[in-house]
Design a protein around this ligand. Structure first.
Ligand code: 7TS
Length: 407
């Protein structure tokens, strides 16, 4: 697609025609979850109407169809992130489950007491708490690479944290609270120079840019389907095959075995070893539909559109007196976190809602980031492929009217 038609794209998302409190919906909470295009909704309806059965276990026609569709979705995910093999794509419930899987399976089997795990000061709780739990369980030590006031990782400090004790780096590709995009190539190269594997939390990055896990050379990459315009309850753990092969299963049950007796169980091969139980079948097929939809538009086109929106919004926000942008990294994705003097972020969220504008107000599951900036919460507008400059205008007008009345 050479011409990016945001009007055509908006027409693909039925919910965008909703009115909220008698105002047209302005949906700017995409970092929390994205809305779904008709193609994804149709995919869910089609599966449940025509092609639904449990997968990987039936010889009957519907089961075979559902299994084929499910495995085709795996292939779509593989292509989308350019993984070398479908065996490296593990379906999970979301980024959170993917990180817990790596912490419990890789962490418990490969790390020992005293080993260090390096994260950053801008992580979502999903990339903090699973590591703290591992530390409590086996005595590993968590090290945190600091950030500067702009919300950028302090690379020298990160490099200084790497040592012979470091056995894993787990860092976000893009911050949900600040929008900062981390220099992941440099982060990975420095870790690999010491043979340290790197997990990238791609929950925020994946909807905004094209991701090539082989070019990045990351060892693990995790993301959630619901932030990628796909159904909730879906997520992906990418892992390099050799690492996944060496890891024990995370959960036991059906679908992840080759042979079970009461004496001994032989596990299935990849990727099924990590997919115990019935997965979100129709939803994962729907995630495949979301990927088809995004591929047809082109991730580079989406990135360019969102970069324009962010630049436009930032320019306007900077012109509003009493508005403080939290997170001004030089390399940023479509997230505008801010506070207003004398107005609590929750009040900003509530008052904007009365104008039909959906933003998130809170700590964004990144309490350490809030502590760093000395704020209890921020208001956050986050952009997606269907947002427009006109919606940014509505947001800014809303903010200006709030300041006039309450500021
Ligand atoms: N990592 C990052 C960077 C995130 O932004 C989120 C969710 C997660 C992990 C966890 O994803 P989940 O799908 O497993 O919950 N972030 C947000 C947010 O910013 N607002 O709501 C959820």
């Amino acid at each position: 697609m050479t011409h990016y038609s945001v009007a055509n794209i908006r027409a693909d998302f039925p919910i965008l025609a909703e009115t909220i409190r008698n105002k047209p919906l302005v949906y700017l909470d995409n970092a929390a979850s994205c809305q779904k295009p008709q193609a994804v909704i149709d995919s869910l309806v089609h599966t449940y109407s025509h092609e639904y059965a449990n997968i990987h276990r039936g010889v009957h026609t519907l089961s075979v169809k559902a299994t084929d569709r499910f495995e085709a979705a795996r292939e779509k995910v593989r292509g989308f992130i350019n993984a070398a093999s479908h065996k490296e794509i593990i379906f999970v419930r979301g980024a959170t489950e993917a990180i817990n899987l790596v912490a419990q399976s890789y962490g418990r089997s490969q790390l020992q007491a005293g080993d260090e795990i390096v994260i950053s000061a801008m992580e979502h709780h999903a990339n903090i708490v699973p590591w703290q739990m591992l530390c409590q369980q086996i005595g590993t030590v968590l090290k945190v690479a600091p950030i500067n006031q702009a919300g950028e990782l302090l690379l020298d400090d990160y490099l200084a944290l790497l040592s012979d004790k470091t056995k894993l780096v787990a860092i976000t590709h893009m911050s949900n609270a600040l929008g900062s995009i981390n220099p992941v190539e440099t982060i990975i190269a420095a870790a690999h120079a010491r043979n340290i594997p790197v997990l990238l939390d791609g929950a925020q990055a994946i909807p905004h840019m094209s991701v090539d896990v082989q070019a990045l050379d990351c060892d693990f990459y995790v993301f959630s389907g619901h932030k990628l315009y796909g159904p909730s309850g879906t997520g992906v753990l990418y892992g390099k095959q050799a690492l996944l092969e060496a890891m024990p299963p995370y959960q036991g049950g059906g679908d992840m075995i080759r042979q079970v007796t009461f004496a001994k169980t032989e596990y299935a091969g990849l990727p099924h070893k990590f997919e115990a139980g019935t997965p979100a079948i129709a939803e994962i097929i729907g995630l495949g539909a979301a990927i088809d939809y995004l591929n047809a538009i082109g991730m580079a086109n989406i990135a360019a559109h969102e970069a324009d929106l962010l630049a436009y919004a930032t320019e306007q926000a900077l012109a509003i007196q009493g508005l403080n942008i939290i997170g001004q990294a030089s390399h940023k994705g479509g997230i505008l976190s801010f506070t207003l003097d004398r107005i609590h972020p929750h009040d900003i969220g509530t008052m904007l809602d009365s104008l039909g504008i959906a933003i998130r107000a809170g700590h964004h599951c990144a309490m350490p980031v809030m502590d760093f900036y000395g704020v209890p919460a921020t208001a956050r507008a986050s952009f997606g492929l269907y947002n427009t400059r006109e919606e940014v205008d509505v947001l800014m007008q809303g903010i200006r009217s709030l300041i006039e009345v309450f500021g």
